[in-house]
Design a protein around this ligand. Structure first.
Ligand code: FES
Length: 155
């Protein structure tokens, strides 16, 4: 191999290595950016035995509340359908402190300015722990039947 050929192979190999590293950096950056902006994800919320037989347990950090009606469990969004404020859980259902929208116990609109009901999330009961899928919302409850017995003191 002469000097010219040696230099050409060296430059060519270095160029390929630099190109490979640049592509790897670009793809890893795209990969992490995509996961950062993807809002559809499953989050663990609550062990089932910490919930009473009937009632609402809010998880404001995830903008969702678990509703339990006997053996049925649902996950309702706490995002107001007017402009997205976090609604509060109140005796008669949900109340938005921003502009006063009032929602019933299943998220139905009692009074505006919100004109549509609170949305619902998908959930699963995985061996007594409740997982909720954030990001994707449904217009009607996505009830799941819970199989686990309720502790007597909470029933
Ligand atoms: S954001 Fe809830 S009433 Fe306006």
């Amino acid at each position: 191999m002469d000097r010219r050929e040696f230099l050409f192979k060296g430059v060519f190999s270095s160029g390929l290595a630099i190109l490979g590293m640049a592509l790897a950096w670009i793809f890893s950056d795209l990969w992490t950016a995509a996961s950062r902006f993807s809002s559809a994800r499953w989050v663990p919320l609550s062990p089932l035995d910490q919930m009473s037989f009937e009632g609402v347990v809010p998880f404001p950090e995830h903008k969702v509340a678990l509703l339990r009606k006997g053996q049925k469990l649902g996950a309702i969004s706490l995002e107001c359908t007017h402009l997205g404020c976090l609604v509060n859980v109140v005796d008669r259902g949900f109340f938005c402190p921003c502009h006063g929208s009032d929602f019933g116990p299943l998220g139905q609109v009692y009074s505006g300015p919100a004109s549509s009901a609170l949305a619902w999330h998908e959930l699963v009961d995985q061996e007594g722990r409740i997982w909720v899928r954030l990001g994707k919302k449904f217009p009607s409850p996505q009830w799941v039947e819970v199989r686990k017995e309720i502790p007597k003191e909470r029933a």
